[in-house]
Design a binder for this molecule. Structure first.
Ligand code: ATP
Ligand code: MG
Length: 314
């Protein structure tokens, strides 16, 4: 069976087991050219395993992977030139300076002399590290190390880049800097597979999103298409103290769902604003205290909750 020609990356029914653990359980992915494609899922969902499988670093137990319609051939020079990886674990040498790191990674791809110098300096400017280029990476902040890690992954100007949680563990300002870098790269025509468990990141950056859970893609589409899955419902979230059963609210919420998750009551219902007072009255009449109440429109977090019954961020 061949692959369709319109995708840069196509994964079909990919299975990967580690002993008793099935990390990928029939995962499917189709990534078109020139987009930031978000792979969104909680810890342990299989995001990194899928990336490593696409890179040919994991031998898969089932399924097929195609790059530009050709069966994956990780040993080929063409593949190595075409693809880049920004790994989840920092892959930089802490004892080397920023520029020495980039020159090292560039040299692995055959860059040398003034080409290597100018590419390394261009990336140091691009990532805002030029002033600190001669300092050892170990003196960098977490956000600066992440930016150097990103620069190292794209030193050879790959057409397709996998970024595995490139903002994990950094402050909001550094996250914003990385978003800008990703957007700039995408505007220059790079195809980016971006994994995250932050739904706001996926909403901001990614035109196409696939949601992965337990090794399987459980939904895919644009942000709007995914939110459509749960319809026009509002999300009411209440923190309560005291015992309550969901039956207590079923009469008021006759068109949606009532769930208790981690001590919070999550209600999805149409016209939530109009029902909120009644819901709160019903709760207090059962001798429960309400310590916080919020109401919002659905987002990717809600979609995930709806599909899996659990929270994305854990
Ligand atoms: N080399 C390995 N050996 C054994 N089990 C593994 C290995 N790599 C991954 N796993 C298991 O496979 C599952 C998927 O892991 P994976 O790292 O792909 O998840 P993830 O979505 O990247 O999670 P995170 O958000 O925490 O990075 C997990 O249960 C994990 O423990
Ligand atoms: Mg991971």
């Amino acid at each position: 069976m061949g692959a369709s020609t319109e995708y840069r990356i196509e994964a079909k029914n990919v299975v990967k087991r580690f002993g008793d653990i099935t990390a990928l359980n029939g995962a499917e992915l189709r990534i078109p050219a020139n987009c930031v494609f978000g792979l969104l899922g909680p810890n342990g969902a299989g995001k990194s395993t899928l990336i490593l499988a696409i890179l040919g670093l994991h031998q898969i137990d089932g399924g097929e992977i195609f790059i530009d319609s050709e069966p994956l051939n990780p040993a080929s020079y063409e593949f190595k030139r075409k693809i880049g990886i920004v790994p989840q674990e920092l892959a930089i040498y802490e004892n080397l300076s920023g520029i020495a790191n980039l020159k090292f990674f560039g040299s692995l791809f055959g860059l040398k002399g003034s080409d290597l110098d100018s590419r390394a300096n261009e990336l140091l400017e691009f990532t805002g590290l030029h002033d600190r280029r001669n300092d050892r990476a170990k003196t960098y902040s977490g956000g600066m190390k992440r930016r150097l890690n990103l620069a190292a992954g794209i030193i050879h100007k790959p057409e397709i880049v996998m970024m595995d949680e490139p903002t994990v563990g950094i402050d909001p300002q550094s996250r914003n800097l990385i978003y800008d870098l990703v957007e700039n790269l995408a505007n220059d025509g790079m195809t980016i597979l971006y994994t995250t468990h932050y739904m706001d990141e996926a909403e901001r950056l990614c035109k196409h999103i696939a949601i992965i859970d337990q090794g399987r893609i459980i939904a895919k589409g644009t942000v709007d298409e995914l939110i459509d899955i749960i319809g026009e419902k509002d999300v009411i979230e209440l923190e309560i103290q005291g015992a309550l059963s969901d039956g207590d609210l079923k009469q008021i919420v006759d068109d949606g769902t009532v769930e208790f998750i981690d001590g919070r009551l999550i209600i999805q219902t149409a016209n939530g604003g109009a029902k909120l007072q009644k819901i709160m009255n019903s709760i207090t009449s059962k001798n429960c205290d309400i310590t916080s109440a919020t109401i919002r429109k659905p987002n990717l977090e809600t979609v995930f909750l709806h599909l899996t019954g659990k929270e994305l961020r854990d």
